[in-house]
Design a protein around this ligand. Structure first.
Ligand SMILES: Cc1cc2nc3c(=O)[nH]c(=O)nc-3n(C[C@H](O)[C@H](O)[C@H](O)COP(=O)(O)OP(=O)(O)OC[C@H]3O[C@@H](n4cnc5c(N)ncnc54)[C@H](O)[C@@H]3O)c2cc1C
Ligand code: FES
Length: 281
């Protein structure tokens, strides 16, 4: 049996500055061993532990999509010990990836359904993975309407800007991009907070419509009433949590909400499931 704590060795292939304040970078990794890449077979919505020897490990959502082969991508906000170390690393450096970990968005259940993706700030990573997955020519016909509401503080803080504006031009996805505020006279998208843009632009719910929501707790808190007002029931609201974690594989108990271990039973839960747990999220 393989040791579940043993990371796969990877090389940093590219590093892109993702936001204008340089607080986020996107790292593209390639596996040193081809067979490890095959073992690291993942679904959109999962996360991995990025592991830097002698520094530590951190759980990070997988930003690349299962339909993108040959590499795996993560977008990381610089906040503390491990993320700062990672931000200082260079192309060619070797480190580790452990995973894929956790559950994923319920892709089987979402087939033949309308899907509304709602994201805020830098929690858009696994949502990017999901959009690329759904728009892939092999998958697009499996889903009905796709709407995306994505907001950031300012235009320069939006992640994956080139892709966002490419998706904007397509007619098989409805993009509702917003910023809290901007002085840019050329800004031609929305201004305003995510909950307000959801209320004004997201489709009303019928039994075939599901919302996936990922963002800072404050955004999630204020978006839930907007979705309820549009008719979404608790089982139609799917969320991804980012609790503090250690092992990532259900062994240490660091990430629990009541009986649920976010690293193993989650990080993806419906609001209905979360409402049956103690009010800790
Ligand atoms: C499932 C999952 C997916 C995640 N995906 C991403 C992602 O795609 N990109 C990304 O940048 N980050 C993501 N995170 C958060 C990331 O794991 C933390 O920012 C990281 O562990 C901080 O490590 P550090 O050593 O740099 O910070 P530390 O030195 O440990 O702490 C620095 C600061 O960060 C805060 N912090 C640490 N961990 C968390 C956490 N889990 N949630 C909130 N605050 C935290 C601490 O309270 C402290 O204020 C994810 C977390 C989880 C659980
Ligand atoms: S992080 Fe160890 S049980 Fe979830």
């Amino acid at each position: 049996m393989e040791n579940p704590y043993m990371p796969y060795p990877v090389r940093i292939d590219t590093i892109e500055i993702a936001t204008e304040d340089k607080s986020l970078k996107t790292f593209k990794f390639v596996f040193l061993n081809k067979e490890d890449e095959e073992k690291f077979s993942y679904h959109a919505g999962q996360f991995a532990e990025l592991s830097i020897p002698g520094v530590g490990e951190i759980p990070i959502g997988i930003a690349s999509s299962p339909v993108e082969k040959g590499f795996v991508k993560f977008t990381v906000f610089r906040t503390g010990v491990v993320t700062s170390h990672l931000h200082n690393m260079k192309v060619g450096d070797i480190m580790g990836i452990r995973g894929p970990l956790g559950n994923w968005y319920p892709w089987d259940k979402l087939e033949n359904k309308n899907v509304v993706i709602i994201g805020g700030g830098f929690a858009f990573t696994t949502l990017r993975s999901s959009i690329v997955y759904m728009l892939d020519p092999a998958n697009r016909s499996k889903f009905k309407n796709i709407d995306v509401v994505y907001g950031a503080r300012s235009p320069g803080m939006l992640l994956y800007r080139e892709e966002l504006f490419e998706w904007e031009k397509r007619d098989d996805i409805n993009m509702h991009i917003t910023v809290d505020s901007t002085n840019d006279p050329n800004w031609k998208y929305h201004s305003g907070f995510v909950p307000q843009i959801v209320e004004q632009n997201a489709p009303k719910a019928d039994e075939n419509t599901f919302a996936i929501i990922c963002g800072p707790p404050i955004m999630i808190k204020f978006t839930q009433p907007s979705l309820t007002q549009l008719g979404y029931k608790e089982h139609q609201i799917i969320m991804s949590l980012e609790n503090r974690m250690k092992c990532g594989i259900g062994m240490c108990g660091r990430c629990n909400i009541g009986k649920e271990l976010v690293c193993k039973d989650g990080p993806v839960f419906t609001l209905e499931e979360l409402n049956q747990t103690p009010k800790e999220y």
